[in-house]
Design a protein. Structure first.
Length: 561
């Protein structure tokens, strides 16, 4: 509420952060925020339809909203009327700030019922054309349909780790900040040094193994000793720093320690970015030697920017053909870190948006035909996903969803990047995953639901105030169903005119039910969109007189014929 008037802001269309441009450290490529039009360009119902109806209602009030200031009056302890009145008309907004219960109020000699935490819009100061808490539009259930997983023949190329010190970018005493070295050319920076171990060390004779501790400013870290992975660690969006400690296998003689630091995005909010650090900042300490602990922080370190695969452009159409790729079933069995995977696929038929299912992988990056889809990570979301209520003010932890699920599993593939056949898909996996389960999926509407009351709120007030004249178009109660483009309604899964129970996907018949409900709604089969007027006459009579009735329907959407 701003100045007592309903105020809202929304990001209307979701998007995708392709490449390495995600909106900050640990930000997913999906930039959707539950937008009315989702990342794939599909309407997210009921939000899209609800906002559309809100815009219609605001538009009816527009001449008054832009020409006069409101008069605010109290309608109760937690209820107010904001009235815009001029010589040419009147518009009112009736607000109920109580987040727990309905309120009955009197306004202009009429009585109105206001749902909890809601605003009713009256463009003529008489008739409610919209209430923020009353959703009368359809609900769409989306589904990802796997397509093409079995046709992807995967090959693999292991990132070279053993020859890291061959051509370092620079050598320095001590540890350098990562972005000052990489200049954002790559997410990856190798920190390389060596440690000499005396053959007489007790740990080599069966004693307690050595351990290595590493302090890093973030964002992710992989520890290699003599080319073998010893462990990995990662920061979080809330705390990007890493404090790693784990056992390491060293041998007598010279041992090469290589720390691969991974940046997961640039700073996106705050001040003094120049003071923000990324990468290994130390100390780096080896524990358990006969001498005790050995601080490696101020040793001579060599630095190498990026991966060997990046230097060879393995993610490009040309570079992917420059090396020998391993083929066959070994790919799924040997889930090793720092591995490049490639496969070719044909573009699926149909108009549906496409996405990659990366649920079987760990962390890395994706390219299609040389274009970067972005970083991926199967980090799992934590939180409390209890029942959600629209009432009350917004809180960051309110109405959470996807608990115990990957923060992002599906990665948008723009169709404009594809050619009809032989599209190159390249994946770089840092941790180890099963590429054989990566699949291309189509995003589409699986079913649509509507749950609409028999009468628009206050319809009788309109008819009384206007000498029984027919209600204007926006007051006629109708069930509206619409599948996505290229789809049509193939079946009516549930339909009831009466007092149905439940919500979309769990509808049930109530005590009052018209036996002709299915027959009436089945007229929508074969259509991409359909509207059915709600009235007893249309449903073969009134199944329960003197009872406010509703129509609840769930329709299945399938590809059009």
């Amino acid at each position: 509420m701003v100045g007592g008037l309903l105020f809202f802001w929304t990001k209307y269309h979701g998007g995708t952060n392709f490449g390495r441009t995600a909106g900050g450290p640990f930000i997913t490529t999906s930039y959707d925020y539950d937008a009315p039009l989702d990342e794939y360009g599909l309407a997210r119902e009921p939000k899209y339809g609800h906002l559309k109806e809100l815009h219609k209602a605001i538009k009816l009030c527009e001449p008054l909203l832009v020409s006069v200031d409101p008069a605010v009056t109290s309608l109760g302890s937690m209820q107010e009327a904001h009235v815009y009145r001029s010589a040419t008309g009147c518009a009112a907004f009736l607000a109920n700030y109580n987040s727990n219960s309905h309120a009955k109020v009197a306004f202009n000699n009429e009585h109105y019922s206001l749902p909890p935490w809601s605003i009713s819009i009256l463009p003529d100061c008489k008739t409610v054309v919209f209430n923020t808490a009353t959703v009368g539009v359809q609900t769409s259930q989306m589904q990802m349909w796997a397509d093409g997983a079995s046709t992807m023949m995967w090959e693999r190329y292991d990132e070279e780790v053993g020859s890291l010190a061959a051509a370092p970018v620079l050598t320095a005493t001590g540890l350098l900040e990562q972005l000052n070295v990489t200049r954002d050319i790559s997410d990856y920076l190798w920190y390389i040094t060596s440690v000499d171990v005396n053959p007489s060390e007790k740990f080599l004779q069966g004693g307690k193994p050595l351990s290595l501790s590493v302090q890093s400013a973030g964002h992710a870290l992989h520890i290699f000793i003599n080319g073998q992975l010893q462990g990995s660690a990662s920061g979080t969006r809330e705390d990007k720093r890493i404090s790693y400690k784990g056992n390491v296998n060293l041998r007598a003689g010279t041992n090469k320690i290589a720390l691969l630091s991974v940046a997961c995005g640039l700073p996106n909010i705050g001040v003094h970015y120049e003071t923000w650090n990324t990468g290994v900042n130390g100390p780096v300490v080896l524990h358990g030697l006969d001498e005790g602990s050995r601080d490696l922080t101020w040793q001579t370190w060599s630095y190498q920017v990026g991966l060997k695969g990046e230097q060879m452009n393995l993610n490009s159409l040309e570079g992917a053909s420059s090396v020998e790729w391993m083929q066959g079933s070994l790919i799924a069995q040997n889930q090793v870190p720092l591995t490049w995977y490639r496969a070719y696929f044909d573009t699926p038929s149909g108009d549906e948006p496409l996405a990659l299912d990366m649920g079987s992988m760990g962390k890395g990056q994706i390219w299609i035909n040389g274009q970067s889809i972005g970083r991926y990570s199967m980090a799992y979301a934590t939180g409390d996903c209890k029942d959600c209520s629209y009432t009350g003010s917004f809180r960051a932890v309110k109405c959470q969803s996807g608990c115990s699920q990957p923060t992002q599993r599906w990665y948008h593939v723009p169709k404009s990047w594809l050619q009809p056949t032989r599209n190159l898909l390249v994946v770089f996996e840092e941790l180890g995953g099963d590429s054989s389960k990566i699949s291309l999926a189509k995003r589409s509407v699986s079913s649509v639901c509507a749950d609409v009351s028999e009468y628009h709120p206050n319809i009788k007030n309109w008819q009384i105030a206007n000498a029984g004249e027919p209600a204007p178009e926006f007051h006629k109660a109708k069930v509206h169903l619409r599948c996505a483009a290229g789809q049509s309604i193939s079946a009516i899964k549930f339909a009831s005119f009466g007092t149905p129970l439940g919500t979309c996907g769990t509808f049930q018949q109530g005590e009052c039910h018209s036996t002709k409900s299915h027959t009436v709604l089945e007229k929508c089969i074969g259509k991409q969109r359909c509207a059915v007027t709600i009235s007893p006459d249309n449903f073969g009579g009134d199944p329960c007189p003197n009872t406010m009735k509703r129509v609840a329907v769930e329709a299945v959407c399938s590809p059009g014929t």
